[in-house]
Design a protein around this ligand. Sequence first.
Ligand code: G3P
Ligand code: MG
Length: 343
Amino acid sequence: AQVQDISADKAKKAKNMAFVFDIDGVLVHGDRLIPEGKRALEILNGDNELGIKIPHIFLTNGSGKPELARTEQLSKILQNPVSTEQFIQSHTPMRALAEYYNTVLVVGGEGYRCREVAEQYGFRDIVVPNDIVAWDPTIAPYRVFTEEERASSRPRDFSKTNIEAILVFSDSRDYATDMQIIVDLLRSENGRLLTVAKDPVSQRIPIYFSQGDMLCPTEHPIPRMSQGAFRIGLEAMYKALTGVDLERVVYGKPEMATYKYADEVLASWMEQLHGEERIPDNIYMVGDNPASDIIGGNMYGWNTCLVRTGVFQGGDNDEANPANFGVFANVLEAVKAACRKEL
Ligand code: G3P
Ligand code: MG
């Protein structure tokens, strides 16, 4: 009976803890699995002494594909199920903006996949930079526009269209073209191309970025510049050209709105898993980037675990944003340590 009591107690504790995983630099590098990630997820999916599922969600600043396509790809790489209902990528909370704007410019990502993302979020009239280049190639003087791109774009007369907001969903594949078009729109009268507003502020359309990471770990040995670097370049250019600061909204980690959204996702995932919609008391965020995962988790009152498989390449702990639960060689070590503490 005593043994039964101990496992019942542990099972109760297991239901009162949850993990929030960063993806790039923790579970994968690009499309390459970090092997300890697979094992960590197996443990949480029930391959543990209690045979119980420990709730976990994924909170990534990654972007560029519809949620379903990305979770299917991740399930294959991680060899563990990843559901869209436990998955938040940088632009997921931006679906709420579909209610406010009719015509939007969506920037970033491969091919036309971000157009697809925006369609799924319910945006009604979606423009991508290639639609604008196809209308007037002189807008981007150094751009080489292929026939294939021309064939798949949707040009119209953008001097007669008001673009109501700019949404940067993912990394720009062509900084020169995207920055030119964004600056043109920000300086225009209410998002109408071929106009330049006299007052740079009153007729300026809003701009939203899906995340602010400066760097992203990839297959390359040194982390690559990400959307935050693109934004800072844009802000500097805009300021130099107009003399005013660019107001903008940034989503993703470590912005508070994203953590609040994660709480909602976690609560409904808890309901699916354990039949009770509540936020567990002990939440562990496992991340590799002190400037996004760790600072955000610390501010939000989560236990934070910093791993050495991604952006962080420092000493005992990060100096500016130290992980409050500790620094670990990899995600498996972090998961084991958290389970040892809580169970
Ligand atoms: O910085 C871009 C993105 O790939 C980072 O993803 O999973 O580390 O938040 P993640
Ligand atoms: Mg990361």
